[in-house]
Design a protein around this ligand. Structure first.
Ligand SMILES: [Zn+2]
Ligand SMILES: [Zn+2]
Length: 320
C-alpha cells in the first residue's frame, strides 16, 4: 500500500529524494519533516549501508580468523544483546525497572552500537507492535506482511525510517537520547574504528595473537553485528510463527526455548505479550532468561532498581 498522505514538504523529485536519503545516512534529522508517512516501499538508497553490512561479512574469506577475533565477536554479541534486550526493550520500551540518567545513557550508547537505530526509534516501533500486535497496523506482523517483511523488510521502508516521537514522549525529554537517535550511525562507526585500530595495534605489539586490523573489524564488528541483528529480529518473525502458546493472546506470539537462549530470554515471547510489564520474561524457573539474571546482578551492584516482578496472578496462570 502506498498512501498519498505526505507532509507538506515531502521530497518530490527522485534526485532530491536520493540526496536526502544520502544525508540521512549520517543525520536522520536532515530535511526536517520531509517524510512520506504511510509509504511502505523500500528506500533502497537509504538501505544501502544495511546491505553493505551484510556484504562486508564476506570479508572472512580474506582476513582469516584467530581466537582473539572470535572472542571479541562473541563478547560484543553478548554485551550488545544485553543492551538491546535489557535497555532498548525492557527499559526504554516497557519501563520495567528504574535506572539513573547516566546508566540509561551508558546502555543507550551500547545499544546504539548494535546498528539497530537509536533507542527512541526502537522503542516507538516496539510500542506500536504491542498496541496492535498481528493486526494490519502492526509494523512487522508475519500474519499480514509475510515472513521476510516481518523479519527485515519493514524497517527499510520510507515510512519506517522516521522516529515517531509522539509515541515516546517520556524518552524524548532527554536531549542526549534524541541526539543519539538523530546521529544513529555515529556510535557504530566509532566502534568499528576502535576495533580496526585495536586489531592493527595487536598485530604490531603481539603478533603471536594472529590478528590484524581488518580481521578484528570483520569479525568483531560486521559478523558480530549481523548475527546480533538477525537474532534480535527473529523475535518479530520466528517468535510469531514457531513455538508454543501458553497464553491465548490475541496475537500469534510464541514461546520458543531456542530463540530464548539466542536472545537472552526474549524468546519467551508469548509470556511477554501476555504480560509485558515485568522485567522477567521467563515465567517458570526453567525458562532461562539471561537478561533477567543480568538485571538482577546490576540491581545488586546498585546500577538499576525496582525490577517489576511477575505478578502472582500471572505466575499462577503460568503454572508456578
Ligand atoms: Zn511480538
Ligand atoms: Zn515488548
Amino acid at each position: 500500500m502506498t498512501s498519498t498522505e505526505t507532509f507538506d514538504a515531502a521530497p518530490r523529485s527522485a534526485l532530491r529524494r536520493t540526496l536526502l536519503a544520502l544525508r540521512r545516512w549520517i543525520d536522520t534529522g536532515a530535511g526536517g519533516t520531509e517524510v512520506a508517512a504511510g509509504d511502505d516501499r523500500i528506500d533502497w538508497t537509504r538501505a544501502l549501508p544495511f546491505v553493505g553490512l551484510h556484504l562486508a561479512c564476506l570479508g572472512i574469506l580474506w582476513v582469516g580468523v584467530s581466537p582473539i577475533a572470535l572472542g571479541v565477536a562473541a563478547a560484543l554479541y553478548a554485551l550488545r544483546m544485553f543492551a538491546i534486550t535489557a535497555f532498548y526493550h525492557r527499559y526504554f520500551s516497557h519501563k520495567t525497572f528504574k535506572a539513573s540518567r547516566r546508566v540509561q545513557f551508558a546502555f543507550a550508547l551500547l545499544g546504539a552500537s548494535s546498528v539497530q537505530r537509536g533507542p527512541l526509534w526502537w522503542a516507538a516501533h516496539h510500542r506500536l507492535h504491542h498496541r496492535c500486535a498481528d493486526t494490519e497496523q502492526d509494523p512487522h506482523s508475519p500474519r499480514h506482511k509475510g515472513f521476510l517483511a516481518s523479519h527485515m523488510g519493514w524497517f527499510l521502508t520510507r515510512d519506517a525510517f522516521r522516529t515517531r516521537l509522539e509515541r515516546v514522549p517520556d524518552l524524548a525529554v532527554y536531549p542526549e537520547l534524541r541526539w543519539l537517535d538523530r546521529f544513529d550511525t555515529l556510535v557504530p562507526v566509532v566502534l568499528a574504528t576502535v576495533l580496526f585500530a585495536t586489531g592493527a595495534l595487536l598485530h604490531r605489539l603481539v603478533p603471536g595473537l594472529g590478528t590484524t586490523g581488518p580481521q578484528m573489524l570483520v569479525w568483531g564488528f560486521f559478523v558480530s553485528t549481523v548475527v546480533l541483528f538477525h537474532a534480535t529480529v527473529s523475535i518479530n518473525s520466528l517468535a510469531h510463527r514457531f513455538g508454543s502458546r501458553r497464553f491465548p493472546t490475541r496475537d500469534d506470539s510464541r514461546n520458543n526455548w531456542l530463540l530464548a537462549l539466542l536472545t537472552f530470554g526474549e524468546g519467551w515471547h508469548n509470556n511477554h505479550h501476555f504480560f509485558p510489564g515485568s522485567a522477567r520474561q521467563g515465567f517458570r524457573w526453567w525458562e532461562v532468561d539471561l537478561t533477567y539474571y543480568g538485571l538482577r546482578l546490576l540491581q545488586a551492584a546498585g546500577w538499576v532498581s525496582d525490577l517489576k516482578p511477575v505478578p502472582a496472578w500471572v505466575a499462577g496462570k503460568a503454572g508456578r
